[in-house]
Ligand binder design. Structure first.
Ligand code: HEC
Ligand code: HEC
Ligand code: HEC
Ligand code: HEC
Ligand code: HEC
Ligand code: HEC
Length: 427
């Protein structure tokens, strides 16, 4: 008995030690992120916070803070790349003057980017520009922003800084998790203390120790529960059911894209073009009447109008850039069936006379295209069951309609002409 309670004390002290270790880890993490916050302080008084606003309002439409080219080159690592001194200040305030002055690097960048004129920013002060550059450094290497950061002194390769150390977000999540764990541990500790008091042997007046009544009840209660076959199978079945449901839900969700509305490379708006200016869908999606794919318009269709309309807009400049670089605009596809299914637009739009909006929703009201329907097999089949075939003025259907009339009084549905046959939709 004595040995037994010693053992318990031993276990408890282990629990306390574990708590201590976690507290220590938390403190370490906290101090570490403090050091990081100091690192992040803008170099030389440059205000990265203000720089962010300036960048978003003036530069973001043409530049990313990564390697990715938008209209102009990605600005990641720009301080390492550009000539030193106040070259960057001069360039950003008035790039064409710098190019005209014969500056070698300026001309090199200008020629490498299809000779597109960057806007001038004479109103930006040197401090503003330093702020923007500090923001670019920070945003392109969030883990270790501008360490030690004198201008142009950042010798570490940009790629290496970007991947070192956990991001701030990660640290926050980790700390939050640890706090929760600590709370749970605390509660467990309290329970263990109470229980061990309750079950610890009671010393009677004559010096012998007997197990407490509560302890005995608890022990028999628990072992009964474990040995009860009904209870055991209920628990197992519950577990299996939950696991099965999760798996099935997950499997059904694969490939379904309802609600998908990716940000497109150019802020093209259907609400403006198809809604306000009432441009016909078929003017741009020329394939819908004729073939399988509706097709996305090439940049030269945009140029029919934007050769003159709003040429100065940075968004329109992106169309020009695509044409000059001889590269198609990389629109992100919103609707996409898996290869195993066959869908033909002209069959629905032209022959079936189904409106675009029936399947795509009110595109003419969307600033950004969003997938409004699930595009699942059930969705296709459901419509084929409900929808009458458009037989008017279509001699092709005359015989079929006559045949159908003999068998049924209901109108001819898509289902009746083979719209539910597997091979119609599957290759
Ligand atoms: C209308 C689009 C546009 C805007 C807005 C714009 N830029 Fe540019 N930028 C360019 C283009 C295009 C180039 C490539 C050089 C050229 O063709 O003139 C460039 C080049 C640069 C370069 C040199 C890049 C290199 O790789 O050496 C820097 C630095 C730069 N821009 C900073 C800025 C900053 C900062 C702003 C905002 C204050 C800004 N740009 C706004 C289009 C733009
Ligand atoms: C001026 C040209 C133009 C007109 C007019 C136009 N569209 Fe578009 N449409 C586009 C471009 C460009 C895209 C690709 C970018 C995007 O998704 O916003 C697109 C994308 C789409 C998509 C998503 C394609 C995908 O990736 O799955 C649908 C659906 C669509 N349009 C339907 C319509 C309908 C319906 C109309 C008429 C109400 C219409 N469009 C009118 C140019 C046009
Ligand atoms: C039939 C003429 C026409 C066609 C074709 C056309 N647009 Fe437009 N677009 C307009 C008009 C009109 C405006 C509104 C201009 C204004 O606000 O002054 C506009 C505005 C825009 C704007 C907003 C510009 C801004 O900064 O306000 C973008 C972006 C745009 N169009 C992209 C495109 C793209 C991409 C295509 C090709 C897929 C395209 N347009 C095809 C007529 C057209
Ligand atoms: C019966 C339903 C239905 C109708 C009606 C319909 N679409 Fe579609 N649309 C789809 C489906 C399904 C897809 C995905 C096709 C794929 O991934 O093969 C799609 C894809 C698209 C795409 C992108 C891919 C492509 O085919 O180029 C565009 C653009 C589009 N539709 C425009 C239109 C326009 C414009 C109309 C009206 C003239 C229209 N759709 C009418 C169901 C429909
Ligand atoms: C909004 C209703 C609607 C939806 C949704 C729809 N269809 Fe249809 N579908 C029709 C109509 C109407 C016809 C009959 C056209 C005709 O007259 O030939 C048709 C015909 C067809 C046919 C030819 C059938 C035959 O026997 O000739 C195929 C194949 C087809 N659809 C595939 C699909 C696929 C695949 C989808 C889902 C991605 C789909 N449809 C979604 C309305 C729809
Ligand atoms: C009206 C068109 C249509 C008909 C008819 C049709 N399917 Fe499909 N089927 C589809 C589409 C569209 C998908 C893709 C659904 C998705 O991406 O979620 C699909 C997907 C599937 C899949 C892949 C599993 C899945 O759900 O994604 C199987 C298997 C399948 N169909 C079997 C059949 C069989 C068997 C028949 C005949 C009894 C049949 N289909 C008839 C349109 C059809």
């Amino acid at each position: 008995m004595l040995i037994h309670s010693n053992n318990k004390v031993h276990k408890m002290s282990r629990l306390y030690k574990l708590c201590g270790a976690i507290v220590l880890l938390l403190m370490l993490l906290a101090s570490n992120s403090q050091v990081k916050a100091q690192d992040a302080a803008p170099a030389g008084g440059a205000d990265a916070e203000k720089g962010k606003t300036l960048f978003t309002n003036n530069c973001a439409q043409c530049h990313s803070v990564t390697d990715e080219k938008v209209v102009g080159p990605g600005l990641k690592g720009i301080r390492d790349r550009a000539p030193g001194g106040d070259w960057l200040h001069k360039w950003i305030k008035n790039s064409s003057a710098l190019i005209a002055s014969g500056d070698q690097y300026a001309n090199q960048v200008f020629n490498a980017n299809g000779k597109i004129q960057m806007s001038s920013f004479p109103s930006l002060s040197d401090a503003d520009i330093d702020g923007i550059l500090a923001y670019v450094d920070q945003a392109s290497a969030p883990a270790k922003p501008a360490a030690g950061g004198e201008q142009g002194n950042n010798t570490a390769p940009a790629g290496a800084t970007a991947s070192s150390g956990p991001s701030e977000m990660f640290t926050v999540v980790l700390v939050a998790l640890l706090v929760v764990m600590l709370l749970v541990l605390g509660v467990l500790l309290v329970i263990v203390t109470i229980l061990s008091k309750a079950v610890s042997p009671v010393t009677t007046t004559d010096g012998t120790q007997v197990p407490s009544a509560f302890g005995q009840k608890l022990r028999t209660g628990l072992s009964n529960a474990f040995n009860n076959p009904t209870l055991r199978s209920i628990v197992i079945w519950l577990f299996l059911l939950v696991a099965a449901k999760e798996t099935i839900d997950g499997a059904y969700g694969v490939g379904i894209q309802q609600g998908y509305a990716p940000k497109q490379p150019i802020a093209y708006s259907h609400k403006l073009h198809a809604g306000q200016y009432k441009i016909d869908c078929n003017y741009c999606h020329t394939g819908a009447q004729k073939g399988k794919n509706a097709t996305i318009p090439a940049a030269n269709i945009c140029m029919n109008c934007h050769g003159v309309i709003k040429k100065e807009s940075p968004e329109i400049q992106k169309i020009y850039a695509a044409i000059e670089n001889n590269r198609p605009i990389e629109w992100i596809r919103v609707h996409n069936l898996p290869d195993l299914a066959y869908f033909n637009h002209s069959q629905h739009v032209n022959v079936g006379n189904v409106a675009c909006q029936t399947c795509h929703g009110e595109i003419e009201k969307m600033e950004v295209v969003e997938a409004r329907t699930s595009l699942t097999m059930g969705w296709c089949i459901d419509c084929h069951r409900r929808t009458d075939v458009n037989t008017k003025d279509n001699a092709y259907y005359d015989k079929l309609v006559a045949l159908h009339r003999k068998e049924s009084k209901d109108p001819l549905k898509v289902a009746n002409i083979g719209g539910l046959e597997c091979s119609k939709c599957h290759y």
